[in-house]
Design a protein around this ligand. Structure first.
Ligand code: AMP
Ligand code: GLY
Length: 440
C-alpha cells in the first residue's frame, strides 16, 4: 500500500516507556503531520502527542476506527501485545465502512498468536525444526504434576497465555514446581492465561533479544539487545517485565546474528506463511545462546520493553519510514542508520514490584536527569497530579543513556538515576556492568 504524498498522521497505541520512546522517535520525523496517542495519561507521551477522545478498548474498537477515519490517520503503531492479540491491527487497518485500508505497524491477531499462545508457538517451532527448548504442553494440572514428579531435570513452567511478562516460573525444587502448577492452573493467578501450561527444558547460557522488522518475507534486522528480566542484581528474585537493557549486545557477533536470521527467523516466517499467516511488524525472538547454538525461549510480536528504549535511542534515520516499511513494500530499499554509540537503559521501579507495587508517591529530579548530555528519561508508570509527578505503576521510569562506549553509557545512566528519587525506588545496580568488561 503506498503512502500519501504529504506528511502522515499517526496514531500510537500504548502507554508505557516503550511507547514514550516510539512517540519521541515519531515526533522527530520530518514526515509527521500530527501524532495522536491513546496513552496520554503518561506525561511523557502527553508532551509529544495529541490525546484520543474516544475509549481505546477492544469492546468499542469501532470508535477508535471512526477516530482514525475522522483524523485521517495514515499509520497506526501498536506498542503492546494485548491489543495485537485482540485483533486491533486487523480492525484498524480498515476504515469503518471497510472501503479503505491504512497502514498498521503490528501483526494480525492470527500472527500475534506466536506470543499469545506459547503452546501453539511451541508446536509451530517443532514442526519447522526451529531450535528451541524442548517442551510439553498440558491442559490438565494432574497430568502436569505427574510429569514433573517423573522428570527430574531442571525445567521452567510457563502459563501458555499472556501474563504481562510474569507467567514464567523457574522452580528450585519439586515442591516449587508443584506449587507453580497449582497457582497457575488451579488457583488461576493469571486467569485464562493458565488454561494450559508449557513445561520446558531449562536452557543454560546468555540471553539476548533479537528484533527484526518484517513484511512476512523480507527481514530487516535491528541491533540486538540484552534484557535483564529478574528483579534483583545477579539475576536473582522474581521475573519482571524487564529491569534494564543495553544495545548492542557485544556477544552477538555478525555470524551468530546471521545464523539466527537464517535458522530461526526466516523459517518461522516461512512456517507462518505456509499456514497463510503473513506476519507484519516487528518480530522479537528471546534467545538463549546455549553451547549448542542459539535457541528460542519465546517469540513476541512487538518491541521489547525496555529493549525498545535502547534501540530507539540509537536510531538516527526516520522512524516513520521504518514503521511504514512492512506495509509499504519498502523494507528492501529504506536506509536505516544507527548511532555507533551504545545505549543503556535502567528501569526505576516501585517498591513491591512486581507483586504489589506501592504507587502515588512523589518523584523528584526527572528534569535534572533528562537534561544530562546523552540521557533521556522515558516515562513508564507516572502521572501528573496538580503539577506533581507521581508514581503510577510498577515500572516507573526508563532512564536511558548513550555514550561513546558501553561503560560510559552505563556510568551516565546510573549518574542520571542518582538524580531521581521517590520513596522505595528500586533498581538493579548491575545493568550492562558485566557486559561492559567483555571485549567485543
Ligand atoms: P519468557 O516470558 O518466556 O521470555 O520467560 C521469561 C524469562 O524466563 C526468560 O527471559 C528467561 O530468563 C527465563 N526462561 C524462560 N524459558 C526458559 C528456559 N526454557 N530455560 C531457561 N530460562 C528460561
Ligand atoms: N523485556 C521483555 C519484554 O518486553 O517482554
Amino acid at each position: 500500500m503506498p503512502t500519501p504524498n504529504r506528511p502522515v498522521n499517526v496514531l500510537l497505541i500504548g502507554s508505557g516507556a516503550r511507547e514514550h520512546a516510539l512517540a519521541a522517535a515519531i515526533a522527530r520525523s520530518p514526515k509527521l503531520a500530527k501524532l495522536y496517542a491513546t496513552g496520554t495519561s503518561n506525561p511523557g507521551i502527553a508532551a509529544l502527542a495529541l490525546p484520543v477522545d474516544v475509549p481505546a478498548e477492544t469492546k468499542q474498537l469501532y470508535r477508535l476506527q471512526q477516530f482514525c477515519d475522522a483524523k485521517q490517520i495514515d499509520l497506526v503503531v501498536i506498542g503492546p501485545e494485548g491489543p495485537l492479540a485482540d485483533g486491533w491491527a486487523d480492525k484498524l487497518a480498515l476504515s469503518a465502512d471497510g472501503s479503505r485500508r491504512r497502514h498498521v505497524f503490528g501483526p494480525s491477531a492470527k500472527a500475534a498468536r506466536l506470543e499469545s499462545d506459547k503452546g501453539w508457538a511451541k508446536k509451530l517451532m517443532r514442526a519447522a525444526s526451529i531450535p528451541t527448548a524442548e517442551g510439553r504442553i498440558f491442559t490438565d494440572p494432574d497430568a502436569a504434576d505427574e510429569y514433573i514428579k517423573t522428570h527430574e531435570d531442571p525445567h521452567v513452567i510457563k502459563a501458555a497465555g499472556l501474563a504481562a511478562g510474569k507467567g514464567v516460573i523457574i522452580p528450585n525444587s519439586l515442591d516449587d514446581s508443584l506449587e507453580a502448577i497449582d497457582r497457575i492452573m488451579r488457583q488461576r493467578i493469571f486467569g485464562s492465561a493458565g488454561d494450559s501450561v508449557v513445561i520446558e527444558e531449562r536452557l543454560q547460557g546468555r540471553e539476548v533479544s533479537v528484533f527484526a522488522i518484517t513484511d512476512g518475507a523480507t527481514l530487516l534486522m535491528l541491533p540486538p539487545c540484552q534484557d535483564y528480566k529478574r528483579l534483583a542484581d545477579n539475576d536473582t528474585g522474581p521475573n519482571t517485565g524487564g529491569m534494564g537493557a543495553f544495545c548492542p549486545a557485544p556477544e552477538l557477533d555478525d555470524d551468530t546474528l546471521q545464523r539466527i536470521e537464517s535458522d530461526i527467523l526466516i523459517p518461522t516466517l516461512d512456517a507462518l506463511r505456509r499456514d497463510d499467516i503473513p506476519y507484519t511488524g516487528v518480530l522479537y525472538a528471546g534467545l538463549m545462546l546455549t553451547p549448542a547454538g542459539p535457541k528460542v525461549i519465546e517469540f513476541n510480536c512487538r518491541f521489547g520493553d525496555p529493549e525498545c528504549q535502547t534501540i530507539i535511542s540509537r536510531l538516527e534515520s526516520d522512524a516513520i519510514e521504518l514503521l511504514l516499511a512492512p506495509t509499504n513494500a519498502t523494507l528492501d530499499s529504506i536506509d536505516v542508520a544507527w548511532s555507533p554509540e551504545p545505549s543503556v537503559c535502567v528501569v526505576l521501579a516501585s517498591e513491591g514490584y512486581p507483586e504489589k507495587p506501592h504507587v502515588g508517591l512523589e518523584i523528584s529530579g526527572v528534569e535534572d536527569a533528562d537534561a544530562m548530555p546523552g540521557v533521556t528519561v522515558f516515562h513508564a508508570g507516572t502521572r501528573l497530579d496538580a503539577g506533581r509527578l507521581l508514581t503510577a505503576s510498577g515500572r516507573v521510569l526508563s532512564v536511558t543513556a548513550r555514550a561513546a562506549t558501553l561503560t560510559e553509557a552505563h556510568d551516565r545512566a546510573y549518574a542520571a538515576c542518582a538524580k531521581i528519587n521517590f520513596p522505595g525506588r528500586a533498581m538493579r545496580t548491575d545493568i550492562a556492568s558485566s557486559a561492559a568488561v567483555i571485549p567485543r
